[in-house]
Design a protein around this ligand. Structure first.
Ligand SMILES: C[S@@+](CC[C@H](N)C(=O)[O-])C[C@H]1O[C@@H](n2cnc3c(N)ncnc32)[C@H](O)[C@@H]1O
Length: 295
């Protein structure tokens, strides 16, 4: 029997889609689809239809209540929750996922489609799965661009990827030159998908994935990666900062909208090194202040 999911469907103004998507991911959505004027299945003019998928009906119901409160009395918005059979993501994924370049060196591609000739040394291949992370979402692509910029071979970098999803960030970091990466995720299916992707890329030696809670991760890392949602970053920013190596360690985080930046604040003991923004999504790199630097 094909798996069953719960899904929320809502019609809203097109300019509220990003913020609503952030809210739904924060409320536990495991997949999102937007239909608007630019998509194959079009939405109504000036408006969009946002569909969010959830593994459990109670998560969907709680998320729909939060979304309803956030939307307020927006004209014509109706949030509906329904149970559906597997909508065939694994096949649909193939139609939309094409080789994509991030920064100057990095390509992400499905197993059976090659990037253009010449791009051979920094390709990662991702297998279809329900785990988040193909690079098509801004929160992931901003992180990949930061990695392309910061990671070079020979630096001996050790990476912690918190909320690894498909494993895309850990795999990219190692492919770009990091020595090793450890990815963790609260979702066991994500851990399994990340392990399969590591094997597919021949990176199952330097890349390890596990369901270890962040609380139980020991030691510090040169790069801590966290593409999470604003509520999770608020809750976990102290623990994320604790895992950043003294001196030149960095925390790279993503998954927040520019309207979340003030509320999410700053990871304790770290200062902003740089940020990147695209379509309301923000990613930032944080480092320890240099000695004698009172930034
Ligand atoms: C937005 S996805 C990011 C996936 C991938 N790293 C990327 O950049 O595309 C967030 C992931 O974090 C996981 N997650 C959420 N809260 C977490 C937590 N407290 N600890 C570890 N993983 C968490 C989710 O299960 C999900 O796979």
């Amino acid at each position: 029997m094909s798996p069953r999911y719960s899904c929320i469907e809502v019609a809203l103004d097109a300019d509220r889609v990003d913020a609503a998507s952030g809210l739904l991911v924060g409320a536990g959505a495991t997949g999102l689809e937007t239909r608007d004027a630019s998509t194959l299945v079009a939405g109504p003019t000036g408006r969009a239809v946002l569909i969010a998928w959830f593994d459990a009906p109670e998560t969907a119901t709680a998320a729909s209540e939060r979304l309803g409160q956030w939307l307020g009395p927006e004209k014509g918005s109706a949030v509906t929750v329904k149970a559906v059979e597997d909508p065939g993501w694994k096949e649909a994924w193939r139609d939309y996922f094409k080789p994509m370049r991030f920064g100057r060196r990095l390509w992400v591609a499905p197993p059976d489609r090659d990037p253009p000739e010449g791009a051979t040394d920094t390709i990662i291949r991702l297998l279809p799965s329900g785990a988040f992370g193909t690079g098509t979402h801004e929160s992931t692509s901003l992180m990949l661009e930061l990695l392309d910029d910061l990671v070079r071979p020979g630096q001996g970098l050790r990476v912690l990827d918190v909320g690894c999803g498909s494993g895309i960030l850990a795999l990219a970091a190692v492919r770009l030159g990091a020595e090793q990466a450890f990815g963790i995720d609260v979702d066991p299916e994500a851990v399994e998908a990340a392990r399969e992707n590591a094997e597919k890329n021949g990176l199952d030696g330097p890349c390890r994935f596990a369901g270890t809670p962040l609380d139980e991760v020991d030691g510090t890392y040169d790069l801590v990666l966290a593409n999470l949602s604003a509520p999770v970053l608020i809750a976990e920013k102290g623990k994320l900062a604790d895992r950043v190596a003294a001196d030149s360690g960095l925390l790279l985080w993503s998954g927040l909208l520019d309207t979340d930046v003030d509320e999410v604040g700053t990871p304790p003991g770290l200062t902003l090194v740089r940020d990147l923004r695209r379509n309301e999504w923000v990613a930032a790199a944080w480092g320890r202040p240099a000695k004698g630097d009172d930034r």
